[in-house]
Design a protein around this ligand. Structure first.
Ligand code: GAR
Length: 199
């Protein structure tokens, strides 16, 4: 690994299709970064399988493994520091990042959200619930947002957005598929922008 490559951790809870899109984009676009860690609150999921298949270290870290929230936060921080992680990319990670980790990695933690923030974000708004809410609202546009993570759900500074139409007859599932395809283009583009801006 060359010295100026950023060491990335990707946090996931599920399929990990955004993780895969990021991984392939880094290689194909020769971005100055390397995913060195996949961290998940689930021992088994698509993202963890992908990491193991591609020789990326996969760590299962769940709050349930610890007596207190502080111990959990400390373990997460230790795991990141031991591996000299420069930046954390949340890719379908459905847990809140402990405040101590957010403070230690200010503007170094990035999330992708499957809607046009600041709308349709916040606590409990993840996955299919977001698309159900968009359809129920009658909006004709949705999309995806890449943003920095702060102490509040989906409230950090927006880095990049892209939109897709909500079509007549869309269900949450058909909209989710369209938004996910948009995410797979947006997240690598946002990472590329961030890396270009990094010292
Ligand atoms: C993605 O749509 C992502 O935006 C969403 O979970 C999905 C994960 O898919 N994240 C959130 O809703 C966070 N609030 P993936 O595991 O296939 O990347």
């Amino acid at each position: 690994m060359s010295d100026n490559k950023k060491r990335l951790a990707v946090f996931c809870s599920g399929t990990g299709s955004n993780f895969k899109a990021l991984f392939h984009a880094i290689i194909e676009r020769e971005l100055p970064a390397e995913i060195v860690l996949c961290l998940s609150n689930r021992a088994q999921c698509g993202a963890m399988d992908f990491a193991r298949e591609y020789g990326i270290e996969a760590i299962h870290l769940s709050e349930k493994q610890f007596a207190t929230h502080d111990e959990f936060a400390l373990a997460m921080l230790d795991a990141l520091r031991e591996r000299q992680i420069d930046m954390i990319l949340l890719a379908g990670y459905l847990r809140k990042i402990p405040d101590a980790v957010v403070a230690a990695y200010a503007e170094k933690i990035v999330n992708i959200h499957p809607a046009l923030l600041p709308q349709f974000g916040g606590h409990g708004m993840y996955g299919m619930r977001v698309h159900e809410a968009v359809i129920a609202s009658g909006e004709t546009r949705s999309g995806a947002t890449v943003h920095f993570v702060n102490e509040e759900y989906d409230k950090g500074r927006i880095i990049m957005q892209n939109h897709v139409p909500v079509l007549p007859g869309d269900t949450a599932e058909t909209l989710a598929e369209r938004v996910l395809r948009c995410e797979h283009r947006l997240y690598p583009a946002a990472l590329e922008k961030l890396l270009a801006e990094q010292p």
